[in-house]
Write a protein that binds this ligand. Sequence first.
Ligand code: APR
Length: 315
Amino acid sequence: SPSNRVSIIGAGKVGSTLAQRIAEKNLADVVLLDIVEGWPQGVALDLMEARGVERHDRQIVGTNDYRDTTNSNIIVIAAGVPRKPGINREDLIKINARIVTEATKQAIEHSPEAILITVTNPLDIMTYLAWEAADLPKHRVMGMGGVLDSARFETFIAMELGVSIAEINATVIGSHGDLMVPLPRYSTVNGIPINQLMDAGAIDRLVQRTRHGGAEIVELMKTGSAYFAPASAVCLMVESILFNQSRLLPCCVYLHGEYGLQDIFLGVPCRLGYQGVEQIVELELSDTERAAFIESGKLVAQNIEEARAILKTAS
Ligand code: APR
């Protein structure tokens, strides 16, 4: 509908690219909020001026004031600092946890009916903290990880086989990090599992490359990290929610007994519609797949505890 509004907190590379995709795909009006004065206003004006060429009527507003985000359908949290030299993991968690919880509280205060999508890393931890800060029902909070990881796996499968990406569907579950669990058995070329199209060695190579997909790009870019594919991934989730498409996508969601796990946000396939997470789909997993999934969950649970401790000592 013409009145759909998506507010993006953090008008950096991911946030501004996402704003462009949402507006140019004509999905919703966009509010870009950032802590830096002038920056989101400048990005928004630039995107508005692109409309003269792109020919759409979506409004893009840049602001430093949460009041401008009032009554958003969706809030995307893409604010934070990236990993960089001289800042260790603990400091990064501390800084981003502060930013994410603060931003979430303020955004939800002005849009109490919104669905919340987090993008800030470390993703599974930040999504848990955002959920606590937002105090929203669990089906209205999710993190973007699995859609990006699956898109990367799909890309590598397409490159390996030399087939069109349009034929490929891949599934990646677990944490959005080194311990993510790509599932070759649930990754297909036009319905045919990739196990039948390439040998185990090749699959293993693609799985490893997928696990290090984010790091590979950082190594190349050196002073930055991925943002085109992350923005595209969030955009797909936004579209499924706004247009109630009920797409089945791997997302970081709250598990309450599903997959045998409790009180954790972790990547699993779920259906997204305008209520948010409509359904969590419990895949049949082999013992090895299940063990890898549980392992990634353990690390996330530890990290959440660690983040809580860090936040306590810091306050
Ligand atoms: N409130 C609002 N915006 C903030 C705040 C805050 N408290 N703190 C920082 N920001 C803004 C920064 O000013 C910057 O514009 O967040 C933006 C982050 O943008 P980039 O540094 O370009 O980072 P980006 O590449 O967009 O990644 C953002 O998404 O994929 C993840 O790991 C990535 O956690 C990172 C996040």
